[in-house]
Design a binder for this molecule. Structure first.
Ligand code: ATP
Length: 224
């Protein structure tokens, strides 16, 4: 599902280059991506989602070498392969819940599938909120809507960035259960980036990639 070798990324004009330990995640597997704040979790997720390009190394996701994809090809690959639950949910405030999900089809250049949107909202128990605007949702409801958006097109890989940050214990357990159930429902691999001890405890048997154990590079990453 995910294979990385010598993966390295340098933020422009910023911090020290990030070098990531090699990883092999089997299809349908669950990975906990752990590390303190600033360790590089969001950066690693962005690389795997094809939202950022590695400075060096090999990255193969769902059978695709990402180094070989550019532009529209990369966008199309991401749209059919990756479900992404970002730390900040990025729901458009001007659009209803259902219209926010419709953006997924617009971005992929596909006709909107209202039945699929309705199914996804029903699965996440937010169908009754389809006509509401994001500011009319609670935090937990907004997260369910964002999760429905992430799994709408049955991705092969579901990436969740700090999904339990700022949730109380009950809400965190519910969010985690939903993520696992949603990934299982579409047979997707699941990556959860977290430094939340509750998640680490709940998924202690899952495969882990600990970015705190990854030495940051002392020298510049080599350009590919
Ligand atoms: N756009 C950027 N420009 C420069 N440096 C950046 C940029 N984005 C992130 N960084 C730096 O890259 C490193 C990794 O950041 P990243 O957001 O991936 O960490 P994280 O583990 O996800 O942190 P958190 O848990 O706080 O979200 C940090 O040192 C951060 O300051």
């Amino acid at each position: 599902m995910i294979r990385t070798r010598g993966l390295c990324f340098s933020h422009a004009g910023g911090a020290a280059p990030l070098r990531f330990a090699d990883l092999d995640l089997q299809p349908g597997g669950t990975l906990l991506l752990r590390g303190r704040s600033g360790a590089g979790k969001s950066t690693w997720l962005a690389l795997v989602a094809g939202l950022r390009r590695a400075a060096a190394g090999e990255l193969c996701v769902a059978g695709q070498e990402l180094g070989g994809l550019r532009g529209a090809g990369l966008d199309a690959w991401r749209a059919r392969t990756i479900g992404y639950l970002p730390q900040k949910l990025h729901l458009s405030g001007a659009l209803s819940v259902a219209e926010n999900l419709g953006l997924v089809y617009f971005a992929a250049g596909l006709p909107c599938d209202a039945a699929a949107i309705s199914r996804a909202l029903t699965q996440l128990d937010v169908a009754a909120l389809a006509a509401r605007k994001p500011h009319q949702l609670s935090g937990g409801q907004a997260q369910r809507v964002a999760l429905a958006r992430a799994v709408l097109r049955a991705p092969r890989l579901l990436l969740a960035d700090e999904p339990t940050a700022s949730l109380d214990d009950d809400a965190a357990a519910a969010a985690l259960a939903l993520l696992r159930a949603s990934a299982a429902a579409c047979g997707a691999g699941l990556v959860i980036a977290t430094h939340d001890q509750r998640v680490l405890r709940a998924l202690s048997s899952a495969q882990q990639l600990d970015l705190d154990a990854t030495a940051h590079a002392q020298q510049e990453c080599m350009a590919p």
